[in-house]
Structures are given as C-alpha cells and as structure tokens.
Design a binder for this molecule. Sequence first.
Ligand SMILES: Nc1ncnc2c1ncn2[C@@H]1O[C@H](COP(=O)(O)OP(=O)(O)O)[C@@H](O)[C@H]1O
Ligand SMILES: N[C@@H](CCOP(=O)(O)O)C(=O)O
Length: 321
Amino acid sequence: MAVYTDIAEDELKWFLTEYDAGQLLSYKGIAEGVENSNFLLHTSKAPLILTLYEKRVEKSDLPFFLGLMQHLSAGGLSCPLPLPRKDGALLGTLSGRPAALISFLEGMWLRKPEAKHCREVGKALAQMHVAGEGFALKRPNALSLKGWQTLWDKSESRADEVEPGLQNEIRSDLNFLQASWPKDLPDGIIHADLFPDNVFFLGDELSGLIDFYFACNDLLAYDVSICLNAWCFEKDGAYNITKGMQMLEGYQSVRPLRDEEIAALPTLSRGSALRFFLTRLYDWLTTPEGAMVTKKDPLEYLRKLRFHRQISSPAEYGLSL
Ligand SMILES: Nc1ncnc2c1ncn2[C@@H]1O[C@H](COP(=O)(O)OP(=O)(O)O)[C@@H](O)[C@H]1O
Ligand SMILES: N[C@@H](CCOP(=O)(O)O)C(=O)O
C-alpha cells in the first residue's frame, strides 16, 4: 500500500478551502502505487485525487509534472488535470508535504492485458510523444545511465544476497550499456513508467494515462522499450511476440519508428530492464519490513534483462523488417 503520509480531516478541510472544490464528503487512502501517497476524495462537486509527493519526487520537478499534464491534455491526450487553487497555484502543502489535487480519471487498469490492449497502449504512447512536442519545460532523465550507476553503487555490495553472482552480472551490463547507449535518436517528452497500472481502460477502450511523475526528456524509442518490458512478457517470464507486434504496430500507426530506433531496440530494452531492476533492487534492500508499500520483485526484471541480452535482431520483438 502506498500511503506514506497520513492526513487529518481538519487539515484536509482547511487545505480544500484554498480550492473551488466543493465540500468534503469523504476521503480514503489508495492502496495502489509505490512512489507517492494518494487519496480519493469525494466532494459536493466531483471526485478528485489528492497526491502528497514523497521521497523520490523532487519538489523542484513538480511544475514540470503538473504543467506537462496540462500541456498533454491540451494536445488531446486523455490524462488527469491538476486543479488550480483559488490563487492560481497548482501546488499546496498538506501534512508537511507538497500536495496537489488532480482530476479523477474514469477507468480501471488491466490485471491481464491482452494483445489488443497492447496495441491501444502503443498508440497512446505515440500520441503522448506527439502531444509532448512544444512543451516548454525540460527535465533530464534522472534514471538514465548516470542514475543507474548511482543506484548500483548503493546496492552492489548486497546484490548477491538477492541472487549469487549478480554483482558480476550487473556490472558487465552497466559496462556494456555505458559503452553502447545510442545517441542521436529522436528525443522528446517520455512517460518513462507506462506500466499496466498507469493505463486505464473502460471495457476494451483505453480511457487515459496517469502517473507522470517519472516523465522527462529522453529518447522516444526508450519509452517504447519500457512498454515492451512492462506489457509484453507473461507471468512465466516468456516474451509474447504477438503482444510485442501489436504494441509496435499500434505505436507506428501514429509515429513510425526510424530505422536507427528499430536497430537500437535491443540495447534500449536491455537498458530499461536494467533501470527497473535497479530501482526494485534498491527498494528491496532498503524498504523496512512492515512499511506500508508492496515491494516489487527485482528478479522479474533480471529475467527480462537476460532475455534482451540474447536478442540478435529487433525482428524478435515482433517487428516486420
Ligand atoms: N487521476 C486519477 N484518477 C483515478 N485514479 C487515480 C488517479 N491518479 C491515481 N489514481 C489511483 O491511485 C493509484 C496510484 O497512483 P499512481 O499515480 O500510480 O501512484 P504512484 O505515483 O505512487 O505510483 C492508481 O493505481 C489509481 O488507482
Ligand atoms: N513501475 C515501477 C514502479 C513505479 O510504480 P508506479 O506505481 O509509480 O507505476 C516498477 O514496476 O518497478
């Protein structure tokens, strides 16, 4: 469960007086999520999400995230919108944390996505990449090569606790990726965490994207690789090429990938698998027992990383070359 910070009803009522949000009827903590504390609020006007920003979110990045939601929404993407306070600010403070009210997005995330859903996700990702064009603020990806090295430096000495031999294995991945990370591919705004729990559906129709708190400027094809990792593997660890094909076709129906992006997919996918392995490994080793959050399994991403290592052609992801 991700409610790191509790809120008192009186304080919340006081916080809401800064907004034109109606009277508070009820509120409850949302069990899902990893990064921030989220609450569902019912008011006399409309349901809202209250987010209290926690450890991995830099306060100085919040104008980027909140402004991005406004920019993407204005560009036609279905995503939540921050509710401005009466003074026009998008951010307030509650229980000592930066806090924002966000519009409630209808829909549910899919526990068992099928190939047809992967196609919709591919399309929505490309729509987001297109809608992100022209966004004035910039945010470098803190979880790219340099950030991976920092995470690894903090976890390396204990990595073999998770699986013997991991220290050497991951060190050689990092060396490989440092030496061969692609440059000069198209870049722009990426979501960087478009996992199933961040995509809502109403029936089979995609109703919107949430959770832009890892969004940043980076290679667009890197975002595609994140989605291949997050959506196209089965529970038993096998890559589902039909899902991959649908996702890539959906993406390319909106924004065709260039040849050099396609050629880079195995390296990008190896990098994105390593990225999620490293954050999960760090959390696995540092989250205290009994914390109100469900720890995610780093080994799931180790298996994906190993899969990408042995790819000999991007066609193996489901692309017709
Ligand atoms: N705008 C929204 N509309 C509806 N539900 C939301 C919205 N934002 C968050 N949620 C709910 O809160 C959960 C956690 O949100 P998320 O942004 O993924 O948190 P975190 O950043 O902590 O991982 C989501 O799975 C969803 O159930
Ligand atoms: N998607 C990441 C963790 C971040 O969780 P989210 O709830 O913010 O999507 C992972 O699976 O490791």
